[in-house]
Design a protein around this ligand. Structure first.
Ligand SMILES: [Zn+2]
Length: 259
């Protein structure tokens, strides 16, 4: 009896939904900028400019496996393919053209401070509890910009894992913090270019394997020394300010992840 009542209430609620949904859609304002960025024209292969660069930052996490989307302001085939994957991942028409629908989704995903919805400066800047983006090899501005790029890839990874929360246990580290935690002397963490990730709903191997499809050229996870309690992801191939070669480096042997 009681269950039936609940069931009836649910049916009534479900029936009420379509109307409510329509009302919500009608009342929603047209896609527009938030405090971060507004695109003013459609973007597709052949276009170039800062608007392309802004788009590339947000779709770089949808690069082909083992590939990267260069954030260079030129809309080439890798960008088009990444836009398509982004569109597919969010149920949009997958045509590789960034127009109204794609931008609406990006506005929806982006916070006023340019971070993606599920990640924040605070969690990327927790290096030994100090905060601020200085003390690394790059300027604070450059470091923070790298952290934004990292977070957009994490947002894509999170989506790829079925929208389950991911936790960043270590993001940017200044030199002293990096030493303190025993990080590599040329660690991508120093550049705002890396994140150590854990999850309560996905295994580390699931994270490590999925990371291959989200633009990360550095992946270290289970079976790699020091990486049995988190997965490290980074964008070393895009970093021209370190002294590493711009090569992919994947090592999570317990998960079958290698390059
Ligand atoms: Zn790490």
């Amino acid at each position: 009896m009681r269950q039936n009542t609940v069931k009836r209430a649910l049916v009534a609620f479900a029936l009420a939904l379509p109307g409510a949904a329509i009302a919500t859609v009608a009342a929603a304002p047209a896609a527009h900028a938030d405090g971060c960025y507004t695109w003013k024209r459609d973007l597709y292969q052949g276009r170039s400019g800062d608007d392309v660069r802004q788009l590339q930052i947000r779709v770089a996490g949808w690069a082909a496996r083992g590939g990267i989307v260069r954030i260079d302001g030129d809309f080439g085939p890798e960008t088009a393919a990444a836009v398509k994957r982004f569109q597919t991942a969010y149920g949009l028409r997958s045509d590789g053209i960034a127009g109204k629908q794609t931008f609406s989704k990006l506005y929806q995903l982006q916070d006023n401070d340019c971070t993606p919805a599920h990640f924040s400066y605070r969690e990327m800047d927790g290096g030994c509890g100090k905060g601020g983006w200085s003390g690394g090899p790059l300027s604070a501005t450059e470091t923070k910009a790298n952290a934004v790029n990292t977070m957009w890839k994490l947002e894509a990874l999170r989506r790829g894992l079925g929208d389950k929360p991911l936790y960043v246990t270590s993001g940017f580290r200044d030199e002293s913090c990096n030493k303190q935690v025993g990080g590599a002397s040329n660690s991508q963490h120093l550049y705002g270019n890396a994140a150590d990730v854990t999850s309560q709903t996905r295994s580390l191997c699931e994270i490590a394997r999925a990371s291959r499809d989200h633009g990360f050229s550095g992946i270290y996870g289970p079976g790699s020394a020091g990486h049995d309690d988190h997965v490290h992801v980074d964008s070393r191939r895009e970093n021209n300010r370190d002294n590493l070669t711009n090569r992919t480096s994947w090592a999570a042997p317990d998960c079958g992840v290698s390059n």
